[in-house]
Ligand binder design. Sequence first.
Ligand code: F6P
Length: 343
Amino acid sequence: MRDSGKYPNTSLLLLNKVLRIHSIAVLTSGGDSPGMNACIRAVVRTGICHGLKTYGIHRGYEGLIEGDIRELQSLDVSNIIQRGGTILKTARSDRFKTADGMAKAGDNLRRYKIDALVAIGGDGTFRGAKEFSAKYRIPVIGIPGTIDNDLYGTDFTIGYDTAINTAVEAIDKIRDTAASHNRLFFIEVMGRDAGLIALRSGIAGGAEAILVPETRTDVNTLIEKLREGWIHNKTSMIVVVAEGDEIGGAFKVAERVKKEFDYYDIRVTVLGHLQRGGTPTAMDRVLASRLGVAAVEGLLKGKKNVMAGVVHQDIVFVPFSKAVKHHRDINPHLLKIAEILAK
Ligand code: F6P
């Protein structure tokens, strides 16, 4: 069917006569990420633009189980595009993994006459969505919202760009003090299962070494690298450690290094949850807006049980089964660049 280019789009209106989606709901689940609000705004306004009743579910699947649901108007999502966190709040729900929890969630969707769902979150969110959608025959589209950027099927997740910029800002500040004292810093960044925050923030922060869970960390090799820096009279050294690195975080790595390399005074900084908050970057706001619109229009085109993502700048839809099963590989070129430039 040809797209008229007008909004609300007539071809979508016609299609929806068959699909009969009159109301949709949006929720955020798992760890929050900057840009989730921009995405909620996009979902709500796109829904309204297409004549749908649009609901917000509070505290992710927990709120769905408890019926913590309210209709959202366009003004309810005003002035949130620039705010971190999520106005809908979020949770990691164990109850949604049980048959009873899912049944309650299904009952609430029926009670509110919600025909389709948009779930913003990460891997865990999509696992839940996949099962729920299959069991209760409700179309669900997932939107990748996590600072970790560890989802298969999209080049970027909402919040990743902001998180790496936050980490880089912190690394730059630490570099100032490290250079003033001739110190070696181990900086731990988030990423329980993935080193993608570490890799990009490490390259951008000019780190001497980057440790990620995707590659084996050998302490002796690391010490050799640091020794080279010392020989070349480096006045500061920064090692970025992903939280999920197999040695067990920045403190553990620092402890092991200290035993055999004491040329520098050593300090450790764990950046932690400050990486999850803050004003989303323009990149994250635009990504969130694009994916929010794509998810609602995807539902109106009959798409379901898929994650909306962006690959090479284009919107794509990946089945949940692929998005949650496949491992997202780390870019070997970026690893190489980090290695070359650290000398
Ligand atoms: O959302 C992803 C993430 O930030 C991971 O990088 C981190 O390991 C985890 O969440 C922390 O979760 P919580 O906020 O529950 O401690």
